[in-house]
Design a protein around this ligand. Structure first.
Ligand SMILES: [Zn+2]
Length: 110
């Protein structure tokens, strides 16, 4: 999916060096960074966690003040842990470990 107005959907984002169906590598030099390269996902994503979900990676996403209904990828292998007080500090390590133990098993888990 492409989104009109997104600079990386509308244009390559630099000189395309290498390209595959799902990504492209572009040379995008910036001031003081003449060897800067950027790996760009071919489809528009709202945030980084959607990249992992897009390729089927099991993921546990932690949410504080932002709304997972808006920002979380809608994939069956993604689990959400939302803070009870809507801050990231409100997420306890024990809750994260418990949620990780409940993630669906990858095919190689046996
Ligand atoms: Zn985009």
């Amino acid at each position: 999916m492409k989104v009109a107005g997104c600079p990386l959907c509308d244009e390559a984002g630099g000189r395309v060096v290498l390209q595959a169906p799902r990504w492209r590598l572009v040379h995008a030099p910036e001031a003081g960074l003449p060897a800067f390269y950027r790996l760009v996902w071919q489809e528009h994503v709202k945030e980084f966690s959607q990249l992992a979900a897009a390729v089927g990676t099991r993921s546990l996403l932690l949410f504080g003040p932002t709304d997972p209904a808006i920002w979380a990828p809608q994939n069956p292998q993604v689990r959400i842990l939302r803070s009870s007080d809507l801050t990231m500090k409100g997420i306890e390590l024990g809750d994260v470990v418990a949620a990780l133990e409940k993630l669906p098993c990858a095919p190689m888990c046996g």
